[in-house]
Design a protein around this ligand. Sequence first.
Ligand SMILES: C[S@@+](CC[C@H](N)C(=O)[O-])C[C@H]1O[C@@H](n2cnc3c(N)ncnc32)[C@H](O)[C@@H]1O
Length: 282
Amino acid sequence: MTASDLTSQPDVAAVRRAVVDRYAARARAVLESAGVAPSTAACCPPATPTESQPIEFVEALDRAVLAKSGGELHYGSANYDAANDLAGLPESVVGASAGCGNPLAIAELTAGERVLDLGSGGGIDCFLAAQQVGETGAVWGLDMTPEMIDLARHNAAKVGASNVRFRLGEIEDLPFSDASFDLVMSNCVINLSTDKPRVFAEAYRVLASGGRLRVSDMVWTAEPSEATRASLEQWAGCVAGAMLVDDYVAAIRAAGFEDVAAEYAPSDSGLVSASVFARRPV
Ligand SMILES: C[S@@+](CC[C@H](N)C(=O)[O-])C[C@H]1O[C@@H](n2cnc3c(N)ncnc32)[C@H](O)[C@@H]1O
C-alpha cells in the first residue's frame, strides 16, 4: 500500500514504519557524509529509496513537506543562533538537526538539572542542554530509530560530552523511573506519535514535582484535509500527525500538567510551529 492508496488516517504500524524509515535514512545520510558506517546498517533491509541518497536530497524532501506551511517555518538548524548556539558543534550534529523550533530557548535550564529529550535525533538539543546543566547535571536523549541512536552516540564522542547519554526507546513507554527529571523537552517529535495522550502521561510520570515540560512542535490551527491526514509521507514529515493546537493543550492538561500554554505565530496554511509550556504541579 502506498500513501496515495490511503483514504483515512494511517494505521499505527504503518506510521511507525514510515517514521523510522524516514529518520533512519536521514541518520545514515549524515553518518555516511561523516565517513562512518552505522552499526545497525547490516541488520536492516533498505528502508526507503532515499536512504542511499546524499544528505542534501533527504533535507530537500523534508523541506518540500514543510513548504506546505507556506514557507513560514524555520527548519532544523535555522532555528538556532548560528554564532552562539551552533559554534563549536560538528556538522554531523548541526546537519542532522530536524526540529521545528528551539526548546532550549524556553527551557530555563540551570546547572545541575536532569534533562530528558524525547526523540533526540542526532542530539543537537541534548548537546546544547549539556552545556547549560554542566558536569553536575545530566542529559538523556531517547529515540526509537536505531540509526539515530548510532548517530547521536557518534556525535557525543565527537563533542566530548560526558554528561549526555542516548537510549533506544519509545516516547509512549519511557524506560525511566518516576520523577527522574527536572525538564522534559522535545523538538518536532510528539506530532509523529500515534498516541499523544500517552506521551504526555509518560512525560508527567518521569518529571519530578514542579518539573517543566518545554516543547517545540507542529500543530494545526485549523483542521487539514482528509488527504493530508491520510498521507504517510506527510505524517513522517511532521504534517499529517500534528494535532489541532487546542486539542494539544487539552491533552497536556488532561495528563495532569498545570500552567499549560502554546505560543505561535499564525500562518495562512494553518500549520504552525508552537512553543509549548507546562509544569507538573508541586
Ligand atoms: C523530526 S526528527 C527531530 C529530531 C530532533 N528532536 C531534532 O530536533 O533534530 C524526529 C525524531 O523523533 C524520533 N521519533 C519519532 N517518533 C518517536 C517515538 N514514538 N518514540 C521515540 N522516538 C521517536 C525519530 O526517530 C526522529 O529521530
